[in-house]
Design a protein around this ligand. Sequence first.
Ligand SMILES: Nc1ncnc2c1ncn2[C@@H]1O[C@H](COP(=O)(O)OP(=O)(O)OP(=O)(O)O)[C@@H](O)[C@H]1O
Ligand SMILES: [Mg+2]
Length: 427
Amino acid sequence: MTAVERHSPCPPEEIDRMAPCGTTLRLAELSLLHDVARAINEGREISAILGEAADRLAALIDANNCFVLLLDRTSGELRAVAASRGHPREELDAVRLRPGESISTVAVREGRPIVVPDAHADPRVNQDWRERLSQTSLLAVPMLHRGLAVGCLTFDDTRRRREFSQAEIDRVLAVASQLAAAVENARLHQDLEESYAELETAQARLDQRERLAALGELAAAVAHEVRNPLGAIFNATGELSRIVEGRGEAGVLLSILAEEADRINRIIGDLLDFARPPDLAVDQVPLAATIQDAAAASTGQSSVSFTLSIEPGLDRIRMDRRQIRQALINVFNNAAQAMSRRGEIRVAVRRAGEGRVAIEIADNGPGVPPALRERIFEPFFTTKASGTGLGLAVVKRVVEGHGGSVEVRDGAPGAVFVLNLPFGGEP
Ligand SMILES: Nc1ncnc2c1ncn2[C@@H]1O[C@H](COP(=O)(O)OP(=O)(O)OP(=O)(O)O)[C@@H](O)[C@H]1O
Ligand SMILES: [Mg+2]
């Protein structure tokens, strides 16, 4: 038997009252214990197990209501997760008891059952709930697992003042410890699942890094091999153009040759950008100047207008200037291309929550169709005849390398690319 705090000792007639139906009650208790154990073994959902147990426990000790409250170990709060019949989810969600706010929290703190025969006379009873449920008598039994409280089973009687007998309390205690074990198992299971998910993400990131490192080496080797003959082609086409002076068919063919050689050169440049190891050279960088510089580099010769608004206090942030400039150029290039090189690019820089800055780049082109929004950040995804599809993949790499994220939104009209970066800029 567990020590129980009582305001008056359990009267012997109470025990006597139980005696005639003792066998039936014992059977009901055993059947409940058995069912709880089976439900746990079958891996049934914990909230369903708790709801059913609450219902049957209330019947077993002839209480009006039974609430299952679980302890949040971080905040120390008790939260209702299940109850006997007649208590909708919304009602349960509202039950949050901070330490010292009810007899349930006292039972959890002291690790023993508490009986309150007269709810009006005991200042530890939560007044709000007493009024709401018209509680007259209460019983709170902690759910203990290996000596630690996991939560509490709280019963009330709304019809009359009553004691809860030691036999009744023992019945609840037996089921409470089973339920505590089930809750603890469910928590362990959830923790394990979360750890697996984290491990998978970490593994994926590692794989990606390895792939990129390998790609980086390959790209550097290819770039070296291809750029030498490419240089020779550039020289030869330049020389030939001078000889034919751009005349006739030879002139046309030569300009095609020069254009395509230029394209190969760009593709190699993009590939090198994408595959470059993500080491950051972080420094305090003037943000407005970096954005303007990138805009000039990408929209310089087109009739795209450019506006920049920047919230005060955000003019210097820590980042890798070269990489962020490259990312911005890629986004600006896309915007200019989407607007057929005429239109408006609007950049707004604002705070985005604690320690973060958002760079929003809006254009008034046709926007990105919702079906493509996920895919456009994939390497080599392009809808353009002469695109490599590496522009946004580089943006994503750079931004994530800074510990940030990038997304595209509907600008109605146009597209809005949002680069969300940590204020410190460090990964
Ligand atoms: N501002 C934009 N408006 C509409 N569509 C866009 C915009 N920016 C990107 N896209 C879409 O996303 C795709 C991928 O862009 P990304 O910059 O990665 O590659 P790309 O521009 O096609 O080629 P490149 O490697 O030369 O940049 C584009 O082909 C285009 O369909
Ligand atoms: Mg692009």
